[in-house]
Design a protein around this ligand. Structure first.
Ligand code: ATP
Ligand code: MG
Length: 443
């Protein structure tokens, strides 16, 4: 069954005016559509409409992680400082870390990421090469006391992240895990209607070529990027993938052309490898980051396994993040017009906006009731605008919140058995019979 919401009872505090504090369109639209409200700098509440989108995105991320053989668990938000002293990051992390003292004067912290905690879990329970490989993830709130929280949930202090961790016996195994996540990321972002480009990213002291940031091109993005335009037409493997196959050819194909963030940019190579008419120098939003770091944490924290010959080696690790809450903003940056948000169907808070143009007319009301009963029986999520306001206001609200389909029901159409069907992207705008409308929007 689909979900039916009556707008007259739905908590969706929309704003007519553009909020002065919002500098970019996604932040503006999220506030105006009543999706989020700030509670303090970089910290937001997710109101029902925003929460629905967040959950849809989270679910796509989850489905693709599961499909890649990654297993979900849930680690806490609050971590003991001692684990971070072991890895050496307690001091390195600096002011971005929110440090907390409990009533017994123990040093705790609100986790900005989970490498230490997952390594601790691993070392306490895995002892043998036979227990490898392992791929684990969770979707949990993080806190980073960013110097400049801005752009709403795009650079928040509290934000929702999917973070996965891989454990392998050797480099080849770690590379297989990396490739799985690489492909899972391509599919994850494509399912949300996004074109994410994997770009070479800094590996720091670890070196090697196993670090990619997945970037959505957008003028409002915080990263400066350089890449070959052909990436925008590459195949994100939506027709299916077998994660037991060798995925190296896919990764090779996706890393064949030039793509780098400014930290890794090499102007000479860029000019040599990319013809001028294909050269993109623009800005982008980092929605994901995958990283192989070998034995960095396992060595420092003593996470070793016994090999077949009886010797102990530190386990090879990688970590793989997706900015789940940031994606809500990134999708809006990529898909909107002057009137509001244009949700891709997969992440839309509601699939259908049902608009009653004359709530005091009984024939119109009956048609609406019938439509939403049938749509809900077909599993469609419908937001039913049953409020007593002018048609213009209803259309404005509907376009602002951006449901993919709009069904407009008024007395004149109802008299001849017709309703108006519009798609938010502007491709469809026609009068059709009520039955045909149900079939079309649920197709
Ligand atoms: P950035 O360079 O944007 O600060 P990062 O490299 O520090 O990000 P990672 O540690 O790689 O971030 O985190 C994984 C993902 O979490 C990022 O790709 C991004 O999508 C998301 N993310 C990171 N910081 C924030 C934040 N302050 N607000 C919202 N999402 C964030
Ligand atoms: Mg990063």
């Amino acid at each position: 069954m689909g979900e039916i919401m009556r707008l007259s009872r739905y908590f969706m505090p929309t704003l007519r005016e553009n909020p002065a504090e919002a500098q970019i369109v996604s932040h503006r639209l999220m506030l105006r559509a009543g999706m989020i409200r700030q509670s303090s700098a970089g910290i937001y509440s997710w109101l029902p409409l925003g929460f629905r989108v967040l959950k849809k995105i989270e679910n796509i991320v989850r489905e693709e992680q599961d499909a890649a053989g990654c297993q979900e668990l849930l680690m806490p938000t609050i971590q003991p400082a001692d684990l971070w002293r072991e890895s050496g990051r307690y001091d390195d992390y600096g002011k971005e870390m929110l440090r907390i003292t409990d009533r017994h004067d123990r040093d705790m912290l609100f986790g900005p990421t989970n490498e230490e905690l997952i390594t601790d879990i691993f070392r306490n329970s895995v002892k043998s090469y036979r227990d490898l490989p392992r791929l684990l993830y969770h979707i949990q709130w993080k806190f980073r006391d960013e110097v400049r929280p801005r752009f709403g949930i795009m650079r928040g202090r509290e934000f929702l992240m999917k973070d996965s961790y891989s454990f392998d016996l050797d480099y080849e195994g770690a590379r297989r895990a990396y490739n799985k996540m690489f492909v899972a990321y391509l599919r994850t972002f494509a399912r949300m209607g996004l074109k994410a480009i994997p770009m070479a990213a800094d590996t720091g002291p670890i070196g090697g070529d196993l670090s990619h940031e997945f970037i959505i091109l957008a003028d409002t993005g915080e990263s400066e990027v350089f890449c070959h335009a052909d990436y925008l037409d590459f195949d994100p493997m939506m027709s299916g993938v077998d994660y037991e196959d060798d995925l190296q050819p896919v990764v090779d194909e996706w890393t064949r052309l030039y793509a780098a963030t400014d930290e890794m940019h090499d102007p000479v190579a860029f000019a040599e490898q990319v013809p001028e008419d294909k050269a993109l120098h623009t800005r982008g939003i980092e929605v994901g980051h995958i990283f192989y770091f070998g034995a960095k944490y396992s060595e420092a924290m003593g996470a070793t396994v016994q090999q077949a010959d009886g010797t102990e080696v530190p386990v090879e690790m990688g970590s793989y993040g997706i900015g789940v809450s940031r994606l809500v903003g990134a999708i809006i940056e990529a898909s909107h017009d002057d009137a509001g948000i244009i949700w891709p169907e997969a992440v839309a808070p509601f699939r259908v906006g049902l608009i009653n143009l004359k709530v005091d007319d009984s024939a119109t009301r009956e048609t609406c009731e019938r439509l939403y009963a049938e749509l809900s029986a077909k599993g469609m999520d419908v937001l039913y605008d049953d409020t007593d306001v002018r048609a213009g206001v209803k259309f404005a609200t509907s376009e602002l919140i951006g449901t993919p389909w709009q069904l407009v029901v008024g007395p004149r159409g109802v008299a001849s058995g017709l309703v108006e069907l519009k798609s938010r992207d502007g491709d469809v705008n026609e009068e059709i019979s009520i039955d045909a409308a149900v079939t079309r929007v649920s197709g």
